[in-house]
Design a binder for this molecule. Structure first.
Ligand code: SAJ
Length: 422
């Protein structure tokens, strides 16, 4: 089939290359001409395991080409961002403009699939009125569905193939056509429903995770007070066959889990108490972390401390810093006039103030090193070497990434978030 995929970001680009190397002809569209040029030159604008070689394969086989303009195709897939605005309501401008952009290219028999995560009813209330402008009859000449992406950054290709998928069509034929298309590479089960239920299912998956993490963070705060290591307590509780508590941390980042719960809260604010409370609990964690850094320095009589902040991205082993809790910790450091250096081996260009690409420089004369992300590179750091570069020997681990006993034995004063046992 010929596919036109609108949005070549973290979801659209991997999805494009997967269709392209599995027998389809893909025309990718992005509004950013720099991104389009890079892709056509087989260069990446995002980091994702396995993307580079698949992009090369697809471009060389001439089954994938990027452009700033859509084209006629059998299937249109929309994978554009759906962020929230300052007032915590969904910004559907990109979904709207992407839908409008394909209208002139639609023909009878076409299928339009929305992959972006959206508030329930967006397909029905926002997309369908725009698609009707094509003059095509919905469900007769034009088929439409929501097939939300569910992949986790860092493991996108494994999950694109292995995860079950939800497909919600505006009618059965739309669902069936969408299922057959994704079967080109999806090995998981594909479950069919209607568009609004598919939207709801996707949003509640991420909301479930946010609420669960908020619970873990609350347990961490309680544990701080009572001589308990929350990580250990949660691990033990999770041996129960019906318990699955997530892990605490310096906050929840990314463009999904920290955003999607608001899509539910927006629809029924009066009925979404737990959801909103969880969002607020998670949003408070970077402030708690910043306060803790200051407290640790004061307790150890370090005036005007130099702070080394390790990890800028929103989670382990990726280069994506969108909504990262680290950015909020840094914001607090700046507001309070603290002396800090930020370092992240996965973020190769400077995105924050006082960022360095050099590990030694980040640690040089530092009084405290704070781990905000659980990158693999941090696990293998040798405390002996770190120690020699630092002025005072304080370490604060917010992600349970380090073997703190080892750091302690090397002469460090250690602190783990949510642990008053160590
Ligand atoms: N986090 C915790 N504790 C945990 C798990 C995560 O503090 O126990 C934090 C992470 O450090 C990170 C944030 O939450 O800052 C989000 O990370 P994540 O790994 O939970 O999720 P994302 O945003 O990378 O991807 C999620 C996934 N959704 C679910 O697992 C239900 C993914 O499958 C979705 O496709 C993706 O959102 C999306 O695009 O919606």
């Amino acid at each position: 089939k010929s596919l036109c995929i609108v949005g070549l970001g973290y979801i659209g680009l991997p999805t494009s290359v997967m269709f392209a190397i599995n027998g389809h002809q893909v025309h990718g569209v992005d509004v950013n001409d720099g991104v389009v040029e890079m892709i056509n030159n087989k260069q990446l604008h995002i980091e994702e395991n396995g993307l580079c070689e698949r992009l090369e394969e697809a471009v060389e086989a001439r089954s994938f080409k990027a452009s700033v303009e859509p084209t006629e195709a059998d299937v249109f897939i929309i994978a554009v961002p759906s962020p929230i605005k300052a007032d915590k309501t969904a910004n559907l401008d990109y979904v709207r403009s992407a839908t409008e952009s394909i209208v002139p290219y639609l023909n009878p028999g076409n299928l339009v699939i929305l992959e972006s995560t959206v508030p329930p009813r967006t397909v029905e209330d926002v997309m369908l009125p725009i698609l009707r402008e094509s003059g095509l009859r919905l469900g007769e000449d034009l088929f439409v569905s929501h097939s939300p992406e569910r992949v986790i950054p860092g493991k996108v290709f494994q999950e694109l193939v292995g995860n079950d998928r939800i497909v919600g069509g505006i009618d059965q034929e739309s669902s069936q056509m969408t299922k057959e298309l994704y079967q080109s590479f999806v090995r998981g089960n594909i479950h069919l429903t209607d568009a609004t239920t598919a939207e709801m299912a996707k949003v509640i998956e991420n909301t479930y995770r946010d609420v669960n993490i908020a619970f873990a963070n609350e347990l961490a705060l309680i544990s701080e007070k009572i001589g308990v290591n929350s990580w250990e307590a949660i691990r033990l509780a999770n041996y129960h066959p019906r318990v699955n508590i997530h892990t605490p941390g310096p906050g929840v980042g990314g463009h999904c889990i920290a955003v999607d719960p608001w899509f539910l809260a927006e629809i029924e604010p009066g009925l979404s108490n737990i959801i909103q409370l969880s969002r607020n609990t998670n949003d408070h964690m970077p402030i708690f972390t910043a306060n803790k850094i200051e407290e640790l320095c004061q307790e150890n009589f370090i005036g005007d401390p130099k702070i080394a902040l390790f990890g800028i991205s929103f989670k382990a082993n990726i280069d994506d810093q969108r909504e990262s809790p680290s950015l909020k910790v840094i914001e607090k450091m700046v507001e309070r006039g603290m002396n800090f250096t930020a370092f992240d081996p996965h973020i190769k260009h400077n995105v924050v103030m006082n960022q360095t690409q050099d590990l030694e420089e980040a640690l040089n004369q530092a009084d405290i090193v704070v781990f905000l992300t659980d990158h693999d590179e941090f696990k293998t750091l040798d405390p002996e070497k770190v120690k020699d570069t630092m002025r005072n020997k304080l370490v604060f681990d917010t992600k349970n990434v380090l073997d703190l006993d080892r750091w302690k034995n090397t002469g460090f004063l250690v602190k783990r978030l949510g642990d008053s046992k160590i």
